[in-house]
Design a protein around this ligand. Structure first.
Ligand code: ACO
Length: 325
């Protein structure tokens, strides 16, 4: 029994924030943002449009791609670091929106690595034959935790959602392996320090803008390249493969220079590397399923294609998933 992705979907909000828009609100330039990050625009959710709204649309699209009905879904796992509210889970809200009444639903918190952590849980449940049809969603409204006055972070993030329907099937194709890692020692490299249980919302939290992302950019950059390279090598070596055996490499979309540096270290030609950060910015847990859906719909991923997904994010967390489609 293997867990196979039988349908994908994605959704981004209509409103687009361009680099020129940002030039008008903070001391930055289109040239700086494009050269240093590769980002040209990002999609931004409307007021009141939470992660469950975006995730529901991506999930519905994935179910339709998989030719499955909401009643067929046994489990919904949502990766998000921007839930609609502390509780209930965003997964329960998506279950309600879809009318997937038979499904168990819960969230996973692993920031930008969240989708791969969730996919790994789906894979394990399916191979244990606990559940057959699992909906895995990565959805984020990063604009809700982005400080619009901080030029070092407000240029980076965007909103969006991606989803995959994973089904237990017999045969050789499907998820071949997952490798997950965490290092809580470096929790403070990227965090939202306030607004949680340790420092609940207060005047101080609001005045010091602690309810927004704080990031040590260049330290994060170096670790992202190192860990994504390590995660890719770990997946390859577990299957006695070389980088030449990988048809499509989908890294987390945080910065085009991180992606290019990782590919260079792996000696992987950019033709096999997926990069859509220019259009969406860093959508955290949504970035990998968004890119995956684009590749599936562009017919770049077909039966037998070897796909390597690699993520890095706050926690710190990093992970890989190797798939024979
Ligand atoms: N416009 C113009 N200048 C800027 C901007 C801006 N938007 N932002 C920073 N600068 C300035 C800085 O102030 C600094 O100026 P100084 O030299 O006078 O002090 C200079 O540009 C260089 O700053 P650096 O931070 O060294 O720039 P760097 O090349 O590292 O790029 C960036 C910054 C884009 C944030 C990069 O470090 C990065 O992408 N880091 C990784 C982010 C990441 O991977 N996140 C993943 C996880 S996210 C999650 O888990 C939710």
């Amino acid at each position: 029994m293997r867990a196979k992705i039988i349908g994908t979907g994605s959704y981004v909000p209509h409103s687009v924030l361009t680099n020129s828009d940002l030039e008008r609100s903070v001391d930055t330039s289109d040239q700086w943002i494009t050269e240093r990050t590769g980002i040209r625009s990002r999609h931004i959710a409307s007021p009141g449009e939470g992660s469950s709204a975006l995730g529901t649309k991506a999930a519905a699209s994935a179910l339709s791609c998989a030719h499955l009905d909401q009643a067929d879904v046994d489990l919904i796992i949502v990766a998000t670091c921007t839930p609609d509210m502390p509780f209930p889970s965003t997964a329960c809200l998506i279950q309600r929106n879809l009318g997937a009444t038979a499904a168990v639903a819960f969230d996973v918190s692993a920031a930008c690595s969240g989708f791969l952590f969730a996919l790994s849980i789906a894979d394990h449940y399916i191979r244990a034959e606990t559940y057959r049809n699992v909906l895995v969603v990565g959805t984020e409204v990063m604009s809700s935790v982005t400080d619009s006055t901080d030029r070092t972070t407000c240029i980076l993030f965007g909103d969006g959602a991606g989803a995959a329907v994973v089904q237990g099937v017999d045969g050789e194709n499907g998820i071949l392996s997952n490798h997950l890692h965490s290092n809580g020692q470096r929790w403070d490299l990227i965090c939202v320090p306030g607004g949680g249980s340790q420092q609940p919302l207060s005047e101080t939290v609001l005045n010091e803008r602690l309810n927004f992302i704080k990031m040590r950019g260049s330290a994060t950059f170096k670790l992202a390249v190192k860990m994504m390279e390590q995660a890719a090598r770990e997946a390859l070596s577990a299957h006695h493969l070389t980088i030449d055996d990988i048809d499509i490499f989908i890294p987390h979309q945080a910065n085009s220079r991180i992606i290019e540096a990782t590919a260079k270290r792996l000696q992987l030609p950019m033709e096999r590397v997926v990069m859509n950060i220019g259009q969406y910015g860093n959508t955290s847990a949504a970035s990998i399923p968004l890119a995956l859906d684009e590749m599936v719909r562009a017919n770049r991923i077909k039966d037998g294609t070897r796909v390597l997904l690699v993520a890095f994010g706050s926690g710190l967390t990093w992970a890989s998933t190797l798939i024979r489609w």
